[in-house]
Design a protein around this ligand. Sequence first.
Ligand SMILES: Cc1ncc(COP(=O)(O)O)c(C=O)c1O
Length: 392
Amino acid sequence: MIYLDNNATTRIHPEVREAMEPWLSPEGYGNPSAGYRFGKRAREAVETAREEVAALVDAEPEEIVFTGCGTESNNTALLSAVQCHPERRIVVTSAAEHSATEQPCAFLESTGYDVRRNPVDSRGNLDLDALREAVVPGQTAVLSLIWANNETGVLSPVAEAAAIAREAGALFHTDAVQAIGKIPVSVRGAGIAMLSMSGHKLHAPKGVGALYVSRHARFQPLLLGGGQEGGRRSGTENVAGIVGFGAAARLMRKALDGDRIANLRALRDRFEAGVLAAVEEVEVNGDRENRLANTSNLYFPGIDGEGLLILLDEAGVCCSPGSACGSGSVKPSRVIKAMGFSTERARSSVRFSVSEFNTIAEIDEAVEAIRAAAGKLRIVMPKNLGRVISRR
Ligand SMILES: Cc1ncc(COP(=O)(O)O)c(C=O)c1O
């Protein structure tokens, strides 16, 4: 199998797994809230992991709240922001968010909030002038922006957006689920009130996330109960998952200093150049400079993306038709459409995302598989006929 879907989820790093094992064993299953030593050991492991996750984003450990996933972090951030400022009725976000932001925003809209989805241009870059107009001082509860887009990898102007929020007195939240570990992220002095993370995107297991909450920000928890996480997220901690997240954060932080990102870029660029040369008319979706080093979102004119995915699956290549966090839905990508493109382009686009576990040989094999699959699909579905069929 050639796994090119690392924005959907990643392989657990062997060192992460090793770090987790004691906490899944008879020696380590204690409840971190318990008063005896068996529990206290688990508490210490959680607190060490908190330090490691905090260090990855340059925060203080007490500003890190462990959650169950990135989706929970985003929901918590948005709902907290509006509850802390009930008199403010505007929520500003972008038109290219992950559903873990878009859906809570749609929910708020259904309860009467004025949700403003800021446009992006054809390369996926945010329109900052429109953003300045949308964020009304005194009336905006929160500005929430995805830091790195999960489908195209395009990066948001986080510093500028945080400044706009600050001037308007609005909270700034960023969904950094795809950004952490792939670009340097620092909350220090950045005007970020809350920042969402998820373990399984950086070689930790699924089912663990975190929310950075600035100690200067007001906060209202989503989950109420036993008062874990300093009362900010009740529920017995997923100790093994949290330890795994901590280990992954440590590895990623070290790797940011090394040549991991350059290696990811080299793999992605080789892949992209290979496909552009092998299949006629292919275009890159999203800004080719201002994006994550590991992501390549490609438009295959006249080729049905779902069909391509099936043939590539048969050839052992895993990739994604846009956001894979849904439940196998075949809806055209909202993000590609937000960039002003047709449903046909959205349906004919496929996302490939590499990790450090990919090899050059795999990249070359994947390019060959794409060449073969695209050739077959274009014979079955001549270009113009394909366009008509896939538009339905
Ligand atoms: C940008 C972004 N935000 C949020 C999420 C949701 O994270 P989780 O799967 O941990 O709920 C994802 C997952 O794909 C994502 O890519």
